[in-house]
Design a protein around this ligand. Structure first.
Ligand code: V4E
Length: 224
């Protein structure tokens, strides 16, 4: 069985007033939308401790899993530096594939649980795999494109008071990750981004505030 899968290559940034001005000048705003995310894991956080992120957004399931990074891709020191500012995750959106992957990750820690007939609804797989919602927040997202680079730029405002931008390229399975990294780097330069540190995402901030012990564990295990 083959499933659609792509790799999301992304660089987060803090959007200053100057960056916003440049973005409005060189990019095209393609819309604003609002969504509500729910993230799921076992009570012992078996997924996220393996850097696997299961979420439901607008009624659809999505799974982000780490990719195996081939260090040989980056030939120069500059390329390595640029790549270090980006994340890359496999994005899986097919529910049967998500269920297979999740089962694979938690199989050592979780035997199949029985559910009562009242739980036999479309989400009974969650309780069978002992998955519970550990994070929930809403985001207002403004999306821009930079046509000549083929990148998407999102400006997110989370309802718990955190703003973050991201430059993103979706690479189809087997596609060219190196060229995505180059597009992101060129875009970052056009936006005048100078930071040389990875910028924290919404989830980092959410966990720091709401699950500080788990946040500390993810840090010490080098997941985030
Ligand atoms: C992969 C990941 C998480 C899942 C959420 O991913 P993220 O791209 O931050 O969310 P969002 O809302 O921007 O999703 P999109 O709409 O682009 O699909 S939570 C933590 N991680 C890992 C992670 C990491 N290690 N480092 C950074 C900078 N970000 C995320």
């Amino acid at each position: 069985m083959s499933f659609q899968m792509s790799v999301e290559v992304e660089r987060k940034f803090l959007c200053s007033a100057d960056t916003l001005k440049t973005l409005e000048e060189i990019g095209v705003c393609v819309g604003q939308r609002q969504f509500h995310d729910q993230y799921f894991d076992t009570p012992k956080f078996d997924l996220t401790l393996r850097d696997v992120w299961l979420r439901k957004r607008k009624g659809c399931w999505e799974l982000k899993c780490p990719t195996t990074v081939d260090g040989a891709e980056e030939t120069s020191g500059e390329q390595r530096k640029a790549a270090a500012l980006c994340t890359r995750y496999k994005e899986i959106t097919s529910l049967p594939e998500i269920q297979l992957r999740v089962k694979e990750v938690i199989k050592d820690v979780c035997e199949d649980r029985e559910t009562s007939p009242s739980q036999e609804d479309e989400e009974s797989w969650l309780s069978k795999m002992n998955l519970v919602c550990f994070a929930e927040f809403a985001t207002v997202r403004r999306t821009f494109t930079l046509a000549e680079e083929g990148v998407q730029i999102d400006l997110d405002q989370a309802d718990f008071g955190y703003h973050v931008g991201e430059i993103e390229v979706l690479v189809p399975q087997g596609g060219d990750v190196q060229s995505a990294l180059e597009k992101i780097e060129r875009t970052a330069r056009k936006l005048g981004l100078t930071g040389d540190q990875r910028v924290e995402g919404k989830m980092n901030i959410y966990l720091k505030r709401n699950h500080p012990e788990h946040y500390a564990k993810l840090l010490s295990e080098h997941v985030i």
